[in-house]
Design a protein around this ligand. Structure first.
Ligand code: NAP
Length: 301
């Protein structure tokens, strides 16, 4: 397949590019960076570089400014929004002008789509509570769904917290444990719906190949953990000198609004649509995932 990817240099995108090349696909990656193209892998800085008669079978949309790298000032919140919505709008414009529209769009979203919930189990039709991340995901998904009007299959990737070594949330989550400090956040009873990065890559390939599938897909491991549960699981792999909570008030002072939006409140998500489609998770529980991430048996990148 000829596949166009945005965000193909990121924590998910970079190993996805390697995996798709290994599967024999030809890729075009939209990137703001100056990167060297090579056979089967073309980098473009603008979608204008693609001719109207270009052949693109599938589009995977992962681009967006990181939610965790900066404090959420008003200006940065605008960047979080515009980096996703503007990229998705440009993709729509491209797909509209192509002589032959692609068959499928896989577009990233996040479990933040549901807003915050307590212990309630959330499948794809789960209830929504308003908030910044919820509003972002809603707008992002609504734009992506416009590709349906072109006859395209659209899958919405509602990603959980993607865990792996060498980047993403895990690097920050594991840091205190490296210094002998086990910790959980706030009360520790908030849910962390996580997923191993290798299962994310496998789910994306699965959704690419299963042509009968469309709509929203929670991409989270079948067994979410609480913040305290994550700490307990880490303690099975890392010796600590002290285990203690990071007080909610300290987190709010340190990182502001992001503390409540991403860390002190959560959602307990189940990947119902993927499981109904018989997708098999390689890392269904946190112990298996941590064993792989911390002891590194099966790395892809
Ligand atoms: N990782 C997670 O735990 C997680 C969880 C839920 C949802 N997601 C979503 O999944 C997508 C991929 O996640 P990821 O962890 O791979 O993200 P990432 O590592 O932060 O990479 C995202 C890519 O987006 C592009 N980008 C960054 N800032 C941008 C900006 N201001 N304007 C346009 N493009 C920009 C970058 O590509 P270039 O530098 O090449 O342009 C970057 O490689 C993101 O949209 C993210 O919101 C991720």
């Amino acid at each position: 397949m000829n596949i166009l990817i945005t965000g193909g240099t990121g924590f998910i995108g970079a190993p996805l590019v390697i995996k798709l090349l290994e599967l024999g696909h030809s890729l075009t990656v939209l990137s703001r960076q100056s990167l060297q193209s090579r056979p089967q892998l073309r980098y473009v800085k603008s979608l204008e570089q693609l001719a109207d008669n270009a052949t693109i079978d599938a589009v995977i949309n992962l681009a967006g400014a990181s939610l965790a790298d900066h404090r959420w000032s008003a200006a940065y919140k605008l960047e979080i929004l515009s980096s996703r919505l503007d990229t998705t709008r440009s993709l729509l414009q491209l797909m509209q002008r192509l002589e032959q529209p692609p068959q499928v769009l896989l577009s990233a979203s996040a479990i933040g789509f549901y807003g915050h919930h307590g212990d309630e189990l959330l499948a794809e039709e789960g209830a929504i509570t308003p908030g910044f991340a919820q509003n972002l995901c809603q707008q992002w998904e609504d734009l992506a769904l416009q590709a349906q009007a072109l006859g395209m299959r659209v899958c919405l990737l509602r990603l959980g917290v993607v865990l792996d070594a060498g980047g993403g949330a895990f690097t920050q989550m594991a840091l205190p444990f490296r210094f002998g400090v086990g910790n959980w956040l706030g009360r520790g009873d908030q849910w962390l719906s996580w997923v191993h990065r290798q299962d994310v890559l496998a789910a994306i390939v699965f959704l690419l190949e299963q042509k009968q599938l469309s709509g929203p897909f929670n991409i989270t491991a079948p067994e979410a953990v609480t913040s305290r549960g994550f700490c307990d699981a880490m303690l099975g792999h890392r010796r600590t000198l002290v285990n203690l909570p990071v007080p909610a008030v300290a987190m709010r002072v340190l990182i502001g609004e992001m503390a409540d939006e991403l860390l002190l409140k959560g959602q307990r998500v189940i990947p119902q649509a993927l499981q109904q489609a018989e997708f098999a998770f390689e890392f269904p529980d946190i112990d298996t995932a941590l064993a792989d991430i911390l002891h590194g048996a099966t790395k892809v990148a």
